[in-house]
Design a protein around this ligand. Structure first.
Ligand SMILES: NC(=O)c1ccc[n+]([C@@H]2O[C@H](COP(=O)([O-])OP(=O)(O)OC[C@H]3O[C@@H](n4cnc5c(N)ncnc54)[C@H](OP(=O)(O)O)[C@@H]3O)[C@@H](O)[C@H]2O)c1
Length: 361
């Protein structure tokens, strides 16, 4: 790319916002030119606004330290200086819906980490390796919004990334019933052990709203574009329990599957390791070379050994074996703030750019 696209990060001071800032440091296509957050942070330098809240393991990039934080709610002002924005603000669902649409209407594409628009019929919710064809609905969304270049695209919830890619790789064997339990890291709630000490040596069997997302969102990924909207798939049925565990980064899922066309274990592994998508074909900057790895050792995948596979953008699978009640069971692992949040959104933005949906203003 000749000239880098100018990017704004909405919610830049939060956990996911910080992840965007770190991932965008030295990005070959995108350059952060604007950081925005709540009115509490507006007017301060990024370094002052974040203060002791920097949660990344790498230092705050020098290029953003002295940037003055803008107020997310001053839409025209923020939008004026950027080609597109990443959204990671924490507001009410209705507020997020409204503000993301307001940015789109200023002809500023919004690539969002938030759940507010995941079920808006003409908003694509995409994992680039799974359903890039859903970007087709952007045409209809632009008609509704009355925009030429502005639109909203979202990525799905972090919890599904440890099993939805796996089930997609096995599509031809027609999985029709899935039982999953997720063991989810505390960074998924925007927390570290320092600010959530109750989680040390603890398990909490409840994550608000997570089970419905984990059961329903994969069906939308597997849905079809019909009459300018995404119509979700009906199968497989998925039932899920979501449990918070004392892990900093990395969501694990233990999953049982029934297939209409029962495969062999060897066939299943072959489909996993050969599964590729557009990001790999186009060699997008954040694409993992190997999307899914299969680990033969009985004690893998482990969070501490495998969460950073392919810089946190790959999925690790292990313990695939036949089951006495279901056909097969397995364990999956993905990085919840990389593949599951900022990294997944960044990969969406790269594909949107490669496909011409995002361009310089
Ligand atoms: N953490 C994850 O792994 C994860 C994964 C998927 C999705 N999400 C979603 O992503 C969003 C951000 O999550 P997070 O964990 O990064 O949250 P967070 O650490 O609490 O950060 C929230 C960000 O939103 C800003 N903000 C809060 N209230 C605002 C307001 N009234 N107006 C404008 N800006 C406001 C904050 O600015 P100040 O610093 O000025 O307060 C901050 O920049 C949430 O909707 C969350 O559900 C998170």
């Amino acid at each position: 790319m000749e000239k880098k696209l100018k990017v704004g990060v909405l919610g830049a001071t939060g956990m996911v916002g910080q992840r965007f800032i770190s991932l965008l440091e030295n990005h070959p296509w995108f350059e952060v030119v604007t950081v925005a957050a709540s009115p509490r942070s507006a007017g301060k330098t990024y370094e002052e606004a974040v203060g002791g809240r920097w949660k990344m393991s790498t230092p705050m990039p020098e290029a953003v330290k002295q940037m003055v934080v803008m107020n997310v709610n001053e839409v025209e002002k923020v939008a004026a200086g950027v080609d597109f924005v990443f959204s990671a603000v924490d507001m009410t669902k209705d507020e997020i819906k409204a503000i993301e649409e307001a940015y789109a209407r200023t002809e500023t594409p919004v690539v969002s980490n938030n759940s507010a628009h995941r079920w808006t019929p003409d908003v694509p919710m995409v994992v680039p390796e799974i359903n890039p064809e859903h970007f087709e609905v952007i045409r209809y969304q632009r008609e509704r919004l009355g925009t030429k270049r502005g639109f909203i695209a979202v990525k799905p919830n972090c919890s599904i990334q440890s099993y939805a890619p796996v089930l997609t790789a096995w599509k031809e064997f027609e999985p029709y019933e899935v039982v999953a339990t997720t063991y989810q890291a505390i960074s998924g709630a925007g927390k570290t052990f320092k600010d959530w000490p109750e989680m040390v040596e603890n398990i909490i069997p409840y994550i608000g709203g997570e089970e419905e997302k984990s059961e329903q969102e994969p069906l939308r990924l597997w849905g079809k574009v019909e009459d300018g909207r995404i119509v979700k798939a009906e199968s497989p049925v998925i039932t899920c329990q979501c449990i918070r565990v004392p892990v900093l980064d990395g969501h694990t899922a233990a999953v049982f599957v029934k297939f209409r066309k029962k495969p062999t274990k060897e066939q299943l592994i072959e489909k996993l390791v050969s599964f590729k998508g557009l990001p790999q074909e186009l060699e997008l900057p954040s694409a993992p070379k190997q999307f899914i790895q299969y680990l033969e050792e009985d004690n893998r995948p482990q969070v501490s050994l495998d969460v950073n596979f392919e810089r946190g953008m790959g999925i690790s699978v292990g313990r695939l074996r036949e089951d006495t009640v279901y056909d097969f069971k397995f364990v999956g692992l993905s990085h919840n703030t990389l593949r599951g949040a900022a990294g997944g959104a960044l990969l969406c933005a790269e594909l949107l750019t490669a496909k011409g949906y995002i361009q310089a203003k």
